[in-house]
Design a protein around this ligand. Structure first.
Ligand code: ADP
Ligand code: GN1
Ligand code: MG
Length: 364
């Protein structure tokens, strides 16, 4: 869906709109790169149609995002860090001074300044990528430690509630509305055999051993922008799910996405393995930036978090397949099954390397 004139005209951007095209590989929002020209110069922006089926209260979500951006901005300026505009997202307001626009069809749109000369990766190529990713997400988490969590709305309730993700899968299997359970029996069994892991972090949170913090909750590799030349982790993006959560959820999703050198939906499962050197780099990067705020249990469970979140996202892909592919964008039939299989193969790979992973954390 391209943008209508009312959307293009809504934002406070000088110059002429000359081009727009779909951009990036996000599974949730419709993202476009939009190009404007002013005095012979071209300027790019990121414009997104926010998925209102998934995010039920977009005004509250946008309020979260601007609180988070402003807080990060203040922290960076207090610390005298240079290039702040490359380290936090910048929202472009509408002509009415709002940070989003609702078009006549009821769609919600927002615009960010394009982060030029930064890149986001779909797969890691070297350990420095893993280190920089974890360092950036750790810094992000640390800078939010003193933001009042009561000011934030929970944009998706129970987002990382692994027990409820498990139960939703069970209901989807029982209902089997699209008669698809027969295609994924082995994957369903894989989940049933691991039910014992789903409550571990939730129980530790309930008993107060694991503190609730403001976390990002969607720390996949392509949600951090790196300096295209130096590889430095610069800017955490995709702030839709920033809300109270566990630090381990953020680390876990990095293990899922930044220890694999192949894509999330890779079909050749012999290539889907947890690379222990990448894991080690993630641990080092995360401890460099967030280490001094983490409690002992948060550090001890870093290896487990990788397995849990990889399992949880695999469960979500499987559930979405059973529910008719209505949540994650797909580009081919059974893509959610491929994504699920890749996640579960990664879980197995982590199970096999559990002792090595624990040793790395102990050493760090
Ligand atoms: P989704 O929620 O659908 O994942 P994202 O906000 O993550 O959407 O954006 C999708 C992709 O667009 C990102 O992975 C990144 O490559 C690119 N992107 C997002 N914001 C910017 C930005 N401000 N500058 C440059 N690229 C961006
Ligand atoms: C979605 O928005 P994106 O593509 O960065 C999803 C994450 C999943 C991820 C799997 C709001 O992330 O939770 O882990 O896909 N985001 C939402 O790739 O559900
Ligand atoms: Mg994203």
């Amino acid at each position: 869906m391209s943008q209508t004139k009312e959307v293009i005209d809504a934002f406070d951007i000088k110059g002429t709109h000359i081009d727009e095209f779909p951009y990036g590989n996000g599974h949730i929002n419709d993202t476009f790169c939009v190009v404007y020209e002013l005095n012979g110069k071209r300027f790019r922006f990121i414009r997104q149609r926010i998925n209102k089926k998934i995010f039920k209260n977009v005004p509250a979500l946008m309020n979260n995002i601007s609180l988070v951006i402003n807080h990060q901005y203040e922290k960076l300026s207090q610390a005298g860090i240079p290039d702040i505009d490359k380290r936090v997202l910048t929202l472009v307001p509408t002509k009415n001074g709002e940070n989003y626009f609702v078009d006549s069809a009821g769609n919600f749109w927002r615009t960010y300044i394009f982060l030029e000369n930064l890149i986001s990766l779909e797969t890691v190529e070297k350990t420095a990528h893993a280190f920089e990713t974890a360092k950036a997400f750790g810094e992000f988490q640390r800078r939010l430690a003193d933001l009042d969590a009561n000011k934030l709305t929970e944009t998706i309730p129970n987002f990382h509630h692994t027990r409820s993700r498990f139960n939703t899968l069970i209901s989807a299997v029982e209902n089997d509305k699209f008669n698809r359970a027969k295609d994924v029996r082995a994957e369903i069994d894989f989940v049933l055999n691991r039910e014992s892991i789903v409550d571990i972090l939730l129980n530790l949170q309930k008993s107060g051993v694991l503190p609730t913090r403001i976390t990002h909750n969607d720390t996949k590799l392509n949600n951090v922008m790196l300096n295209a030349e130096t590889g430095e982790g610069m800017c955490v993006i995709d702030l839709d799910t920033v809300m109270p959560g566990l630090s381990l959820y953020d680390f876990g999703d990095m293990v899922r996405t930044a220890t694999s050198t192949v894509e999330e939906d890779e079909r050749d499962l012999s290539k889907a393995n947890m690379d222990i050197n990448m894991f080690s780099a993630l641990v080092k990067g995360f401890l460099t930036s967030a280490g001094d705020v983490l409690v002992e249990k948060e550090i001890e469970l870093l290896p487990f978090s990788g397995k849990l979140i990889t399992f949880e996202i695999g469960v979500r892909f499987l559930t979405d397949y059973l529910q008719g592919d209505s949540y994650f964008k797909i580009h081919r039939k059974k893509q959610n099954v491929d994504r699920c299989r890749k996640q579960f193969k990664m879980v197995e790979s982590m199970e096999e390397q559990e002792i090595e992973m624990i040793k790395i954390v102990e050493k760090a």
